[in-house]
Write a protein that binds this ligand. Sequence first.
Ligand SMILES: [Zn+2]
Length: 56
Amino acid sequence: MYAKCSECEAQINVPDDAVSGEIVTCPDCGLNYEVVKGENEVSLRLAESMSEDWGE
Ligand SMILES: [Zn+2]
């Protein structure tokens, strides 16, 4: 399935077998989302930043 990035509205590919808590990354802006599985749908939640400093 696909979900829409709330930041840039890009389509993010979420594997059908994704599990709750799995991290997917927006291909456009690079934001990390956590997969949240509901009863009949899968949604994405913005992941807590694991590292805000990539040392660039
Ligand atoms: Zn995005």
